[in-house]
Every structure is written in structure tokens, then in C-alpha cells.
Design a protein around this ligand. Structure first.
Ligand code: SF4
Length: 459
């Protein structure tokens, strides 16, 4: 356990004054984290830009055209960065840009946008098109909405302007823009669907995770209507208002869409997580409870019983070997961080740092109660802070996303990708086994013997 002085030294030494209230240490005197606010200028937040936030959410709509209106650099953010899989069309894997040049910046890029979009729609025959405005378009003021209206008239498909200049805020603001864009599709068609239907919001089908979840719900007798936006389809999203329930996995990105759908179509929503045994099981039970269906509940119990008895021997094996290891967690949404703490505990790994880019006060309160005394809890952190925390707490493995990987590797620490790029499914019961396997392979690798020792600064 850290002493009072040690905690104070930790907080004071490496954190900018204005950020001090965004860090806390779990324990009886843990302070309330000041979160849900704009990043401090100059602190080099791990958060990405507005365009990035909108893009990661909308990209997995696989039968839509995604055209970036801006300089070519913004289009570097491609499918490869979030490898969302599709069971059908793969138009989302292509990255299109209007490649704005100096001349367009001076004279305007609307004509170029219209011509490029028309050519692409004619060539690829998408079911909808999303036109993303990036920073420079926000500066020069192209009327993208007007161009979209003209394109919609000319082509007959929904053409949606995604107003996402990067400088307007952070990735979280981009989520909101994406939700508004998806909402423009919802309600465009009316097709009858079974009464016990749900939409899954915020599972992006990384490494095919969504397909694992669909199997569970199918066994329970639940019809999944729209998957927003993993393996997403324009038609299912357009009919999403006919589902009985929205099940929200990535609440940071999708709560706003659930709210919009509740306000307009009176569809209730529930927050779930598909990571770890406990949260995965709750995600099935909660849906059965919502439909007040005993048979559905019995089937959910059977799935949980079978899966747990199948996986427990393997998890016990990992737990025996991993007990005593320490993990640092820094992810986008705090709800995922909560699931990770529970999943790591199941295999004997203690979480010593838990942070997120977009956590709410309620999320951090839950994390404080869940974590062991002395765990550092941090909101909207940066590489300097994270590197210091990891050294201070002598973590054995770092779990994060694409931007945390270099931090871990520079320190000489094992890294587990729990975000966009991963190639192994980590959701569901099967995912829990993959997660344990990955943590074991990484934390126990002999390579770490050859990296420099982790020495806390000043010791
Ligand atoms: S910050 Fe602006 S220029 Fe950079 S990727 Fe985002 S939208 Fe493009």
C-alpha cells in the first residue's frame, strides 16, 4: 500500500497543476475525479480528433461509401486502424478522399466534392454515402450539406454530411456527430420484424466478435435487428426504430444514439459489456429479464452454465501462473476498463492503474469501489503521466489501444491491444480464453528479461 507521502509525491511530481483533480488513488480517502471536460491545452491528451471519433463509429457500415472531404492526410485513418469485419460487402475497407489542394482551399472545394462523390457512387453503387468534413473544410466553409442534398437528389440514396472538423473538440464529440449521422438513417424504412428484437449498439465486430454474440442471442431466441455499427448495413439501420430494445456496448460512443432513439421512437436501452465472464453473462440475463421471458432466461442460464464449465479448467491454469502479476489499463471507454479489472482478477492479475479517455463521474466511482487500495485512477491521461505511473507501480503488462502501444514498448513492457487493431476476438466466453492466453503469452515472455529494469524515478 502506498503511504500518504508517496501518494502525494506521485500526484504532484508528474502531473500538470490543472490536471491534478483528474487523478485519484483508490482507498478510503480517494478523491472524486473531475472528468467529462475538454483536454488541457498542451498536455498531449491520448484522445483523438472529432473526425477520428466519427470515423471509427461510422466506418463499419460496410455497404456505405465513406468519402473524406479534406486533405489526403486525414484519409490515412483507414479500415486497417479499426479492422471491423464484414460478412458481406467490404466497401468500408476502401478509403476515399477529395484530396483538397491549395487551389481548392482558396476557391472552395464544393464542386470537386460533388464530382468525386457522384463518380464514386456511380462506380460502387453503395446503399448510402457519408461525407466527412475535416479541419480545413471547417475553416474554408464549404457548404457540404447543400452538396449532400444535391447528391441525394441525383443518386436516390441517402447522402449524409458528417460535420467533423477535427479542431471542434475531441474524439468524444466525434461520437456525437456520428450518432447524429446514424440517426438520419433511422426510420427511413418500415419492415416488420419479430417482437423480441434488439439492436446492438457499439460493438464494432473487431476480429468477428459480434458473430460470437449473435450466436448467444440466437440460442436464446432473441432476434438481432441492426448491429450499429459492426458488420453494419444501411437497410437494418434504417429499420432500427422497429426493435424493442437497444443494447449498448460501447456506451461512450453510442449512449447518445440510444437517447435520440428513446426520445423519438420510445425505444428503451440498457448498457452492457461483453468482456469477461461476469459482464458477458449479465448481458444475456439482462436481455432475458427485459423480455420477461422464462424460456429465454432458461436458455441464457444454459449457455452460461455450459460455457463456464467448458472454460474454467483453462482459466484455472492461467490463474495459477499469472497470480501476482500487475496490469496497467488505459482505454477509451471506462465501462470497458471496469470489465477488464474484473476479467484480470479472474486470472489472478491485479489492476494497478485504471484510466480512460471518456469516463463519467459514475464510471470512476465504480472503478474506485472495484479496485484495490493504491490503484491509480486517471481520466484523459497523456504519455508522460502514463509512463511514470507504469514505472511507479511496477506493472508487468499494459492493456490499451493503438496509441498506448509505443508507450509500453518504449518502457520495455508487454502490451495487450484491447482496441481497434486486434486480430483476436476478446468478447464473449471464447474471447475471455483468448484474453487470458494473450495476457499470459505477453506477461510471461522471456523477452522482458532483456529490456531495461523498471525503476521508479527518484529511487
Ligand atoms: S485533426 Fe483535422 S487535419 Fe488532423 S486528422 Fe483530424 S480532421 Fe484531419
Amino acid at each position: 500500500m502506498l503511504s500518504e507521502n508517496s501518494i502525494k509525491r506521485l500526484i504532484m511530481a508528474h502531473i500538470l497543476d490543472e490536471r491534478q483533480m483528474q487523478v485519484s488513488v483508490a482507498g478510503k480517502d480517494a478523491r472524486t475525479i473531475d472528468c467529462n471536460k475538454a483536454s488541457l491545452a498542451g498536455s498531449v491528451s491520448q484522445r483523438a480528433c472529432v473526425f477520428c471519433g466519427s470515423r471509427v463509429v461510422l466506418y463499419p457500415i460496410a455497404d456505405a461509401l465513406h468519402l473524406i472531404h479534406g486533405p489526403i492526410g486525414c484519409a490515412a485513418y483507414t479500415w486497417d486502424i479499426r479492422g471491423s469485419l464484414s460478412s458481406g460487402p467490404e466497401l468500408h475497407r476502401l478509403s476515399f478522399s477529395t484530396d483538397l489542394q491549395e487551389r481548392d482551399v482558396i476557391f472552395g472545394g464544393e464542386t470537386k466534392l460533388y464530382q468525386a462523390a457522384l463518380e464514386l457512387i456511380n462506380a460502387h453503387k453503395p446503399n448510402a454515402a457519408f461525407i466527412y468534413s475535416t479541419c480545413i473544410v471547417g475553416v474554408i466553409g464549404d457548404d457540404v450539406e447543400r452538396a449532400c442534398r444535391m447528391l441525394e437528389e441525383a443518386t436516390g440514396i441517402p447522402v449524409i454530411a458528417v460535420q467533423a472538423p477535427g479542431f471542434q473538440g475531441s474524439k468524444k464529440d466525434g461520437y456525437k456527430v456520428a450518432c447524429e449521422s446514424i440517426f438520419k438513417l433511422v426510420g427511413r424504412i418500415d419492415k416488420p420484424i419479430p417482437a423480441k428484437s434488439i439492436n446492438i449498439l457499439g460493438d464494432f465486430n473487431l476480429a468477428g466478435e459480434l458473430w460470437i454474440l449473435l450466436e448467444y442471442y440466437k440460442k436464446m431466441g432473441v432476434h438481432v435487428n441492426a448491429t450499429i455499427t459492426g458488420d453494419g448495413r444501411v437497410e437494418a439501420i434504417s429499420n432500427a426504430h422497429n426493435a424493442a430494445l437497444n443494447v449498448v456496448q460501447c456506451s461512450g460512443s453510442m449512449n447518445y444514439l440510444a437517447k435520440l432513439m428513446k426520445d423519438k421512437y420510445n425505444i428503451p436501452s440498457m448498457r452492457v459489456s461483453y468482456f469477461g465472464i461476469e459482464d458477458m453473462s449479465d448481458a444475456l440475463y439482462d436481455v432475458a429479464r427485459f423480455f420477461k421471458d422464462d424460456d429465454m432466461m432458461a436458455k441464457a442460464r444454459e449457455i452460461v452454465r455450459n460455457e463456464i464449465s467448458r472454460m474454467m479448467p483453462a482459466l484455472a491454469w492461467y490463474k495459477e501462473r499469472l497470480t501476482g502479476k500487475k496490469a496497467a489499463i488505459y482505454v477509451g471507454g471506462a465501462f470497458k476498463a471496469i470489465s477488464l479489472v474484473k476479467a484480470l482478477r479472474l486470472i489472478g492479475v491485479q489492476s494497478v492503474i485504471v484510466g480512460s479517455q471518456t469516463g463519467t463521474p459514475e464510471d470512476y466511482e465504480l472503478i474506485k469501489q472495484l479496485c484495490d487500495e493504491g490503484t491509480i485512477i486517471v481520466d484523459d491521461s497523456n504519455p508522460v503521466e502514463l509512463s511514470h505511473f507504469v514505472k511507479e507501480k511496477q506493472a508487468d503488462i499494459f492493456i490499451g489501444g493503438v496509441k498506448e502501444r509505443p508507450i509500453a514498448h518504449k518502457i520495455g513492457l508487454g502490451f495487450c491491444d484491447h482496441n481497434h487493431e486486434r486480430k483476436e476476438p476478446l468478447a464473449g466466453y471464447e474471447g475471455m480464453i483468448n484474453f487470458a492466453k494473450e495476457i499470459y503469452a505477453t506477461a510471461m515472455s522471456p523477452v522482458w528479461r532483456f529490456t531495461r529494469p523498471l525503476t521508479p524515478k527518484g529511487e
